[in-house]
Ligand binder design. Structure first.
Ligand code: GLA
Length: 377
């Protein structure tokens, strides 16, 4: 057993190694402490990239890259004792450098869309990088998913990885130096907990999320239309043809958007042009940490419970996946191969005063927690 001091010292040493972009001498893989392994994963932007493997007592294993804070892999048991990977991803950094559509990504400074890439704050107009037609999506051309984060390992007993990044004033058009910390923890209850913290020196919109694409069967060729889903949301935000909310908060009752009782995702999807890619207005309203969605796959026996303190959930059925990318197992990633449940504030909030505010001011701390929990039925 190592003492807490020794573990801390190891963490500090290894953080220093991580921050040293020219250090190419470190071993390609090393155990940092029980349940955490670090692997040298190559280079991006002239900086060293590491892949961390978090393993819990149940043998569940989550891999996270310092490039983009990406969850590259999430391996869990099924009801028959088999194991499979329940997220889309690649085994090498090069896969991510080819810019897949946000596989496993840590998304920011503003997850989802901002109309026409502009907003006005305190009387000043801001123009963002636009990267989705005329809109800004997921932080812009080089969002938080495409930068290298600094990493450190906490000195607690549960495997946990802390990533930090300074988003400079003006980056992608956003105001203020934003200091961001994201902590990933894998508990023995099979929860992947993601805790986001940020502070700024100028008022700025902030909306951080994770863009993991889940397929609980582990087999992307089966798709997710047979998975069943419950979302605890009585309303959603309808969108225009560029996926910007119209501003309306619409009841789901009697519509294909009603997931208040679990139903197969494929049941009504044909009545939703393009498939689901919508923000659900959670009944917990961002006022409390609550279970907001449950995804289930009866063949593997896996369920995924989503907990958050955020007011919204973007439910996206992988509509734009088109076979261009190949999963780590060599299978084509086709439309509806996997789905995202992105906990968030509502899209385009900086231009929608009636939506809950996403503005972080100097002196305030942005802090939110999301948990993805695997349960066997
Ligand atoms: C989000 C958006 C989708 C799509 C994907 C990435 O989930 O809501 O419209 O842009 O990201 O392909």
């Amino acid at each position: 057993m190592k003492s807490a001091g020794a573990i801390l010292a190891a963490a500090v040493l290894f953080t220093a190694a991580c921050n040293n972009a020219t250090d190419k001498t470190e071993a390609s893989s090393q155990t940092i402490k029980a349940g955490i392994m670090k692997t040298d994963w190559g280079e991006a932007d002239g900086q060293r990239v590491s892949l961390f493997t978090l393993t819990n007592a149940k043998g569940t294993e989550v891999k996270i890259s310092t490039y983009g804070g990406i969850v590259t892999s999430f391996v869990t048991a099924d009801k028959s004792g088999g194991k499979s990977n329940i997220v889309l991803g690649f085994d090498s950094l090069s896969g991510y450098l080819a810019k897949p559509p946000y596989f496993g990504a840590l998304v920011g400074r503003y997850g989802n869309r901002i109309a026409d890439g502009k907003f006005t704050l305190d009387g000043k107009d801001y123009h963002l990088a636009t990267n989705n037609g005329k809109n800004a999506l997921h932080g812009g051309l080089k969002g938080f998913d495409k930068v290298v984060w600094a990493a450190s390992v906490a000195s607690d007993t549960v495997p946990s990885l802390t990533l930090t990044y300074l988003s400079k004033d003006g980056e992608e058009g956003y105001p203020g130096n934003l200091n961001v910390t994201v902590q990933y923890t894998l508990t023995d209850d099979n929860e992947l907990k993601i805790e986001y913290t940020a502070t700024t020196d100028k008022a700025t919109p902030v909306n951080l999320t994770n863009h993991s694409y889940f397929n609980l069967s582990g087999d992307v060729s089966k798709g997710i239309l047979g998975h069943s889903l419950m979302i605890d949301a009585d309303a959603y935000t309808p969108v225009d043809t560029t996926l910007i909310p119209t501003g309306e908060i619409k009841a789901v009752k009697g519509s294909p958007f009603d997931f208040t009782t679990a139903k197969p995702i494929g049941r009504d999807i044909d009545s939703v042009p393009g498939g689901y890619d919508h923000n659900f207005v959670l009944n917990s309203k961002g006022n409390q940490f609550a279970k907001v969605a449950v995804l289930s796959d009866s063949t593997s026996g896996r369920s995924l419970e989503v907990y958050t303190d955020q007011p919204g959930l973007q439910f996206y059925t992988g509509n734009f996946l088109d076979g261009k990318f190949t999963n780590r197992d060599g299978k084509a990633i086709n439309q509806h191969a996997a789905l995202c449940m992105e906990t968030q504030h509502f899209p385009d909030s900086p231009n929608k005063p009636a939506f809950p505010s996403t503005i972080l001011k100097p002196g305030e701390t942005y802090h939110t927690v999301t948990v993805y929990k695997i349960v066997l039925q």
